[in-house]
Write a protein that binds this ligand. Structure first.
Ligand code: Z5A
Length: 227
């Protein structure tokens, strides 16, 4: 049986990586096979492109070229990591996916919608997440978390943008979620990590019902009822 595909989306510091890892552990505790991955990256070729993008080396070429590079990375990631895992029955949890290109390059970078759509068609084809969790926090809170995490290190290419940029990001994610309610659930991620994880678990349970997914082993039963 093909696995399920869950993506995490949202602005900076909303807790995507933290929550993706927590969800992966929780699903594994049910006895499910999980592939935890991220974008840009998630496969050897895509990790090389990640370095080019996040270092800012591609910025001088403009948002069209950055969008093409994100799509090239995604194509490699989908072919080498995501599809093989789904076909092997694994639950794939991906920290950012195609919505990030729609928002960062399409809406913020003003890349033509037709180019974004065309790149999506070639990089993901008909692969649509079964569930997209859009983590939402006020911009100031997200930036504060990122600043705390960074310490003395330099902000990366996208962290360095101003507050107005991050507010537009937040609005764009909420607009995508409103337009595709069958795929997306908005999670208020401003509370403590465990409280956010509970909301996510409830959303995953309501949409994908992992308890009923066929698995072998005893660990799954021991988790039933835990919240
Ligand atoms: N990008 C793009 O432009 N186009 C694309 O198509 C794709 C990506 C796929 C990838 O950066 C960059 O690429 C990204 C968009 C762009 N822009 N930036 N910058 P990345 O992979 O390095 O990082 P990110 O995806 O942007 O993640 P993030 O926003 O920096 O963080 P996060 O994953 O949302 O949060 P976190 O790392 O889980 O948590 C941040 C800190 O907050 C950390 O210290 C946690 O311990 C803490 N945290 C988390 N949750 C909580 C709660 N609930 N309370 C308190 N503290 C918390």
């Amino acid at each position: 049986m093909r696995g399920k595909f869950i993506t995490f989306e949202g602005g900076e510091g909303t807790g995507k990586s933290t929550q993706a890892a927590m969800l992966a552990l929780r699903l594994e505790a049910l006895g499910l096979a999980v592939c935890l991955t991220r974008e840009p990256g998630g496969s050897p070729g895509a990790e090389i492109i990640r370095h080019v993008l996040l270092s800012g080396a591609a910025k001088p070429f403009g948002p069209d070229v950055e969008a093409m590079l994100f799509a090239a990375a995604r194509d490699d990631h989908v072919q080498c990591t995501i599809l093989p895992a789904l076909n092997a029955g694994k639950w794939v949890i991906c920290d950012r996916f195609a919505d990030s290109t729609r928002v960062y390059q399409g809406i913020l970078g003003r890349v033509d919608r037709r180019l974004i759509k065309g790149l999506e068609r070639v990089s993901i084809g008909d692969l649509v997440p079964d569930l997209t969790l859009v983590l939402d926090v006020p911009v100031e809170l997200g930036l504060e978390r990122v600043k705390l995490r960074r310490g003395e290190a330099k902000p990366d290419r996208f962290e360095a943008e101003n507050v107005e940029f991050h507010q537009k990001l937040r609005d764009a994610y909420l607009a995508i979620a409103a337009a595709e309610p069958e795929r997306c659930v908005v999670i208020d991620a401003s509370g403590p990590k465990e409280a956010v994880a509970r909301k996510i678990w409830n959303a995953v349970g309501a949409r994908l019902d992992p308890m009923t997914f066929p698995v072998h082993g005893e660990r799954r039963r021991s988790e039933v009822g835990a919240s």
